[in-house]
Design a protein around this ligand. Sequence first.
Ligand code: FES
Length: 93
Amino acid sequence: MSEAQVNHPEPNQTETIAPTAKPTDVTITVRPNGPFRVEGAIKLVDAQGNAWNLEGKPAISLCRCGASANRPFCDGSHNKIGFQSADTPVKVG
Ligand code: FES
């Protein structure tokens, strides 16, 4: 399995990470006008490496609209703000 470059929000900063799981172990579904639904065994950490306790959660929804009061998790606020997204896969690279 190869390493991947990860872009940071800050311009021109990337880091190289080595995947620790098979790609098929996790499924991320882009919900129409909503969150990223993440299913599978994952570890979710903040910028300091502190992990959220996801024990017993087979799936989580991550906010991508920015309006959730419970970020990084979705709290349904995307519906209240009328979040809209275009989710057509495009070739990268
Ligand atoms: S995607 Fe649901 S609150 Fe942001």
